[in-house]
Design a protein around this ligand. Sequence first.
Ligand code: PGA
Length: 257
Amino acid sequence: MEEKTTGRTPLIAGNWKMNLQVTQAVDLVEKLVAKDVVGHGVEVLVCPPFTALYAVSRVVNPAGIKLGAQNMHWEEAGAFTGEIAPGMLAEIGCQYVIIGHSERRQYFGETDATVNKKVKAALINRLTPIICVGETLEQREEGLTDRLIRDQVKAALLGLDPEDVLKVVFAYEPIWAIGTGKTAEGCEANRVCRLIRETVGEINAEASSWVRILYGGSVKPTNYADFAAQPDIDGALVGGASLQAEQFAEIVRVAAE
Ligand code: PGA
């Protein structure tokens, strides 16, 4: 296997989804801080639900753990009942925002076009978008994976200043691997991540070696080493296992090795 020779800092991101009330959220990050996850060459990020962001920011910001949201609207303000603006996230200490998670695409009408608007709005507000792409099992079985991934990547970056392409993070999350206990094989996940890298490179050649690409889908401490060893995978987007301080900290430890 190729040696990792890039300057890309691994990123381990916890996507808490619609879990944990404020006191539980604060308890989880306090446990994480106590587990000494910061300062081992790995960027550690938690993405709580909106209601817990502010309270969590007060614990994680001084500790050096990064904070992200799971979604946002692309407009700055206005009559969009129930939505959260990018500036609101930046104000309370978010540095990241997950964009286009498959659950949002599947249940909330997120499209490549709205993903693109949100990516641009995130960058204007100095939030790093973590752009999620991935195929369903049906699409994989029909041999559509590569075309779909390329289309999702290109659509997400449509109209971006090539300089801005350097600032995004991608997450490859095969939909059939999310919350199912099934994972892609490390080498197959790496192949798709390389495809994402090459597609990014068509827009900005320099970005292809700089952009960070995470794998997501049933990542656990017991399976992460296989992904961490892959040359084109720079970290993980972790759902279920990010709700347990010990499991999440262990994934960070594997990434640090
Ligand atoms: P999972 O979720 O780790 O529970 O599979 C990953 C994700 O949806 O980001």
